[in-house]
Design a protein around this ligand. Structure first.
Ligand code: CMP
Length: 637
């Protein structure tokens, strides 16, 4: 704080806290009391305001906040009155005008030079004089415009000396050459030859005139300015996908411009030679034709070469024609190659997740062939991939890892909304608890017949079912019950620190979310009530399969009420589901969805194809770790 603008007006200053708005934005203070500065006229103030950075897109991108922008304004004021900030409104409109003028110049100039060679109409001279003058003013403006540093965008160079040095070192000479006011020289030259136009018909004068006209081709070097302005705008206004489209659009425009130039050149050269009889113009009898007809044929000829389609109406007959044809062929082929490269890039970037998926599948196929896996296993792997990724492949861990913590949490919570809504255990829980759990979940897919949990093993995670049916299989092979969307299993082992009390087998394709034991304990330590709720449900489950429910029961009297509320809510949900005509009997702790109803009625669901696919229980899918399909929610831990 305490920075104060120097200079005569001293309008903006950045002083103590009282001068900072509620949001910490420095406020523009009134001019200091005293007699008004006689030098500062209204117009001058207006102009200087135009030179200051405004809160446009470019400024916001560079400075990030209004506060920083105010600081920049102060810095700009301190740099001197006639320094134009690159983010100012003046520079924006100036660049826009220059862009339009440049495009007009680059299109009109070659036509005028090639097809109106001996025409010294006042319109032409006026146009040239005006644009030359504006381009010369542009050089002056460039000498006073601050420079944005590529490497350090925070600091815009505002010192006039440094700006001049930088400009002289970079684009000044090209800009100067392309702005030499050749038509003023022309006018002087015309005055010198007092006989004026009459003398122009004399051979020598005509040649000088043609040479001068030819010289004005250097104006086409203004193309460099066009490229600079366009790329600067591109950077600011077109990000992401738009930038790729913009690049292609620019390239097409550039190709059309080069085609236009090449067409003009096709005509200019034979014209300078005086239309020899074997030139294409003479062969086509276009010497005396209207300029538009001449231009159309010339453009057609140039385009035919450039696109490598043909030679126009007739193949080249003269040596110069042949060289010109070669030149336009080379330029056309180069543009074509560039265009293809950019278009391929665009198409690839349009659907990178699908491309990545295809690459991954290809790699897996090669791996399966390399390892000579049996046909049936290959089939299962392929099906797994199709189901797991459904044609799109994202490295979600990486994507989410690049977000801010808050954003990451919000995205994960959003991705989990359907799971949270379908799992009664979550639906009735504290939102902080839900948020804590979902951020630690990991997406996993099991195929029909996979043994997700094997009885008697030591468990390292529990699962929530997003979609699918699992069977709880007892030691004797009997199916105790089936669980479906919104249910959870594998919690008993984590609660008791004992071994798995039953096996769990995937009945259909199952989209599950697993929670590791460490995360499970960490979260439940913070929410003891949820632990007890889970214990109550676990006790019921154990009871149902004929095991001792006391293995998990640690309920204290005070909690009983709250736990009961949750358990009752869970039971009510199950009850509600069971009332549907096609539903089975209620089961505590099971969120019954249409799919599992059949299981409760004792109806047998189609048996799995195989039941020997035992899940590793530690990390069943190292390949799939951290990757997901668009509709999934995978959760980095
Ligand atoms: P866990 O012992 O870790 O592993 C097997 C899982 O099967 C067990 O946890 C419970 O989640 C689940 N389970 C066991 N019996 C039942 C039941 N009667 N109803 C629903 N799920 C059960």
């Amino acid at each position: 704080m305490g920075a104060r603008a120097h200079g005569s007006t001293g309008k903006v200053h950045f002083g103590g806290l009282d001068e900072v708005s509620l949001y910490g934005t420095p406020v523009e203070a009134a001019p200091p009391p005293g007699p008004p500065d006689p030098k500062s006229s209204f117009l001058k103030n207006q102009l200087q305001a135009l030179f200051q950075p405004t809160d446009n897109k470019l400024a916001m991108k560079l400075f990030g906040s209004k506060k920083a922008l105010m600081k920049e304004r102060i810095r700009q004021k301190a740099a001197g009155h006639w320094v134009i900030h690159p983010c100012s409104s003046f520079r924006f409109y100036w660049d826009l005008c220059m862009l339009l003028l440049l495009v007009a110049n680059l299109i009109i100039l070659p036509v005028a030079i090639s097809f109106f060679n001996d025409d010294l109409s006042t319109r032409w001279i006026a146009f040239n004089c005006l644009s030359d003058t504006i381009f010369l003013i542009d050089i002056v403006v460039n000498f006073r415009t601050g420079i944005m540093q590529q490497d350090n965008s925070e600091q815009v160079i505002l010192d006039p000396k440094l700006i001049a040095k930088h400009y002289l070192r970079t684009w000044f000479f090209l800009d100067l050459i392309s702005s030499i006011p050749l038509d003023y020289i022309f006018l002087i030259f015309n005055q010198d030859f007092s006989e004026s136009f009459q003398i122009l018909h004399a051979g020598r004068a005509l040649r000088i005139l043609r040479l001068a006209k030819l010289l004005s081709l250097v104006r086409l070097l203004r193309l460099s300015r066009l490229v600079r302005y366009v790329s600067q705008w591109e950077e600011v206004y077109f990000l992401n996908m738009a930038s790729v489209f913009m690049r292609i659009f620019n390239l097409i425009c550039m190709m059309l411009l080069i085609g236009h130039w090449s067409g003009c050149l096709q005509f200019l050269v034979p014209m300078l030679q005086g239309f020899p009889s074997n030139s294409w113009v003479a062969i086509n009898e276009l010497q005396e034709a209207f300029w538009l007809e001449q231009y159309s044929w010339a453009l057609f000829k140039a385009m035919s070469h450039m696109l490598c389609i043909g030679y126009g109406r007739f193949p080249p007959q003269s040596l110069t024609d042949m060289w010109l044809t070669m030149l336009s062929m080379i330029s056309g082929a180069t543009c074509y190659a560039l265009f293809l490269g950019h278009a391929t890039n665009l198409i690839q970037s349009l659907d990178s997740s699908r491309r990545q998926y295809r690459e991954k599948v290809k790699q897996v196929e090669e791996y399966m062939a390399y390892r000579k896996l049996p046909r049936e296993m290959r089939q299962r792997i392929t099906e797994y991939f199709e189901h797991r990724y459904q044609g799109k492949f994202f490295d979600e861990e990486l994507i989410l890892g690049e977000l801010s913590e808050k954003l990451r949490e919000d995205v994960i919570n959003y991705n989990c909304r359907s799971l949270v809504a379908s799992v009664p255990f979550f639906a009735n829980a504290d939102s902080n608890f839900v948020s804590d759990v979902v951020t630690k979940l990991r997406y996993e897919v099991f195929q029909p017949g996979d043994i997700i949990i094997k009885e008697g093993t030591i468990g390292s995670k529990m699962y929530f079912i997003q979609e699918g049916i699992v069977d709880i299989v007892m030691a004797n092979g009997e199916v105790a019950t089936s669980l479906s969307d919104g249910s959870y299993f594998g919690e008993i082992c984590l609660l008791t620190n004992a071994r798995r009390v039953a096996s769990v087998r995937a009945e259909t394709y199952c989209n599950l979310f697993s929670l590791s034991v460490d995360h499970f304990n960490a979260v439940l330590d913070q929410y003891p009530l949820m632990r007890r709720t889970m214990e109550s449900v676990a006790a019921e489950r154990l009871n149902k399969i004929g095991k001792n429910p006391n293995l998990v029961a640690h309920r204290s009297e005070e909690d009983a009420g709250s736990i009961n509320a949750v358990v009752v809510a869970l039971a009510a949900e199950a009850e509600h589901a069971s009332r549907s005509p096609d539903r089975g009997p209620p089961s505590l702790g099971l969120a019954l969805r249409p799919l599992q109803a059949a299981a409760f009625l004792g109806q047998r669901l189609p048996r799995p194809k195989s039941d020997n696919n035992v899940s590793a229980d530690h990390d069943p899918q190292p390949l799939a770790r951290g990757f997901f399909h668009k509709s999934d929610a995978a959760f980095p831990q």
